[in-house]
Design a protein. Structure first.
Length: 57
């Protein structure tokens, strides 16, 4: 029974920290665009990039 006096406040503090981290992420725009990163790899590049070994000498 005595362990509940430790675990209940600890659970409340951890839940509060999780909620604070979530609200911080929402306010800083971490969840603004959830679609583009998932489809970005499917988009084709128009021009292939040239590396240093492809350059004429």
């Amino acid at each position: 029974m005595n362990i509940l006096f430790l675990l209940v406040p600890l659970a409340i503090v951890l839940a509060g920290l999780g909620a604070a981290a979530f609200w911080w992420a929402v306010r800083n725009g971490q969840f603004d665009d959830v679609e583009t990163p998932a489809i970005r790899m499917l988009l084709d590049d128009d021009a292939p990039s040239r590396s240093a070994s492809d350059s004429p000498e």
